[in-house]
Write a protein that binds this ligand. Structure first.
Ligand SMILES: Nc1ncnc2c1ncn2[C@@H]1O[C@H](COP(=O)(O)OP(=O)(O)OP(=O)(O)O)[C@@H](O)[C@H]1O
Ligand SMILES: [Mg+2]
Length: 284
């Protein structure tokens, strides 16, 4: 079972190598990279390619590690205990009725091997990765309320993504295989665009890519546009039927591209770009 990219997803050779290395080592694959470089989509595509169900756990600033294991629903139990019928009384007596399984529990006890995505782990507080060390390493945890040990029937393939908002602890890193998705070069980007817009005209694609990389390479940009933003922009260019010539001025100098709002997301960057265009015009 080797991952080799898919018809929806362009995987570079080093990315495929990383996925297969993590599977071989049976360690989580920690994927970092700029926003929009296909980290989340990687997990979806690997799961689809290996025909495994994908369980997703999207992390927020308030997410606690325990929520991935299980939660004890004390409120429901209290409410049921106030009902007087026999059925509720029987339910209340067994605490197992109020243990809500988390994503990790579901992944551990699934019938078939599954893929598990822990998305944007850097959003949680610093204790979060540390709290999951044992679960990720040994693939087991203890449920204190029912005194049972939940152990993985099959080791899931674990994907962990991070946008680098916080450093991850060393003990956690030791347990992962790491891969940084570098920003795609022009050739890889062509293949990615091809996957999304198979019939795109060569001239438009060439002009759009040139403008896109010009914008990205602008020094001092606060937020560089990413793959997904290029795709949005191309979609608009096609929808509005914008000709390739409109993307750069006749003397091949930088011009503010049409529909620039798909690429630049704050006013400082737009101003910076306009200034550059202005300076170029006057330096001629
Ligand atoms: N290698 C690729 N092949 C095909 N499409 C891609 C690729 N990389 C990115 N994309 C496109 O970019 C979009 C964004 O990808 P995704 O949501 O996986 O990014 P991400 O790295 O998880 O971003 P974020 O850090 O913001 O969550 C995808 O929906 C897909 O359309
Ligand atoms: Mg993502």
């Amino acid at each position: 079972m080797k991952f080799q990219g898919s018809s929806q997803y362009v995987a570079t050779a080093d990315l495929m190598l990383a996925v297969n290395a993590a599977v071989t080592l049976q360690r989580p694959l920690l994927v970092k990279g700029e926003p929009g470089t296909g980290k989340t989509m990687l997990a979806e595509e690997v799961a689809a390619a290996l025909k495994m169900p994908l369980l997703q756990w999207h992390i927020k600033s308030t997410t606690k590690a325990q929520q991935g294991l299980y939660e004890y629903d004390a409120v429901s139990r209290l409410r049921d205990s106030q009902l007087s019928d026999a059925e509720s009384a029987a339910k209340v007596r067994d605490i197992r009725n109020y243990i809500v399984q988390g994503v990790l529990w579901q992944a551990f006890t699934a019938e078939q091997p599954v893929a598990l995505l822990i998305d944007e782990i850097d959003k949680a507080d610093i204790e979060f990765p540390n709290d999951l060390l044992r679960e990720i390493d040994r693939m087991e945890f203890y449920v204190y309320e029912t005194r049972e040990l939940v152990r993985a029937r099959h080791r899931p393939i674990v994907f962990i993504t991070s946008n680098n908002e916080k450093e991850l602890p060393d003990a956690f890193l030791r347990r992962c295989f790491f891969h940084y998705i570098r920003f795609p070069d022009a050739d890889t980007m062509r293949s990615i665009v091809d996957v999304h817009f198979p019939g795109l005209k060569k001239a438009l694609l060439g002009a759009a890519l040139k403008t896109f990389y010009d914008v990205r390479n602008l020094p001092g940009l606060k937020k560089k546009p990413s793959t997904s933003e290029l795709l949005d922009w191309l979609k608009l260019l096609v929808a509005e039927d914008i000709p390739p010539e409109a993307l750069h001025s006749s003397d091949d100098k930088v011009a503010v591209p049409p529909l620039v709002g798909a690429l630049l997301k704050n006013e400082q960057d737009v101003t910076l770009f306009e200034k550059l265009v202005f300076m170029q015009k006057h330096n001629r």
